[in-house]
Ligand binder design. Sequence first.
Ligand code: GRG
Length: 297
Amino acid sequence: MDLKKFLNDRKKLIDETLEKIIPPENTFPPNIHKAIRYSLLGGGKRIRPILTLSAHELVGGDYKSILPFACGIELIHTYSLIHDDLPAMDNSDLRRGKPSTHKVFGEAIAILAGDALLTLAFQIMTDLNLFNDYKPITILKAVHIIAKAAGLEGMIGGQTVDIETQGDAFDLPLLEYIHTHKTGALILGAIKAGAILGDAGEEELAALTKYGETVGLTFQIIDDILDIEGTKKALGKSTGLDMVQDKATYPRLLGLEAARKRAKELTEQAERALDIFNHQKAEPLKQIARYICERIQ
Ligand code: GRG
């Protein structure tokens, strides 16, 4: 399997769907619509919706019928990036290779664009068209998973602890709470929602949950490593912020080498979790796990 082509093809489909589901630029009021399009389109790896589509396919679903739902998760992710870049949060000037949303549109519009993306995501994930192909209870369960992942029990919980513990001494349990919630929860939620929409059986869902937990944590460990080793140009965002902001990160607790080793161990666990599936069908998710561990941008 050619992973690069697979990711590019899926990204293209996701980008086309995003373009269809968000309002045109000239919609009134213009500034917020411009800000939404600026932050959402033309950048981003789209890894979360790709994971949703792949988990859905792995349990026998047709990924094309959940494209808008998967894009809803990308909207939530983009909102989190806009808010994360604000001066009150990470205070970052660069995102996806461009000036951050608040740098171009001002803080008020950036906050509102984030809020609008979050609510629009739930509007899209509950669009009536989805009810032609999926049972209401299945859609409800998938939306519930995403709400939990994005909210207090997930991303917001993690972000809160991340911010409130800056400058403090930290240990592994605190670090893993931050990572599994701030970043891991939405990645895990994206995978579980795809599986649930595909009517995954209990064993399948447990395997994909283990996969999602390990891949989600790996994603943030690598993000921490790239904050030290990566370049602004390749990443399209500012680097070195973790050290300046005195943040709890894997490399700071364990050192770079041990952080990489932990990411590799987790990736092996992620791949093993998928052993219950047909080898060929599980290949995309296995390769995505390796890509997350080895990514350089
Ligand atoms: C509600 C005010 C308010 C703020 C919320 C929840 C939140 C702020 C921020 C979420 C935390 C966050 C942004 C975590 C970082 C996750 C991460 C590694 C982002 C980068 O993801 P990639 O590499 O980015 O997938 P692209 O650009 O490829 O989509």
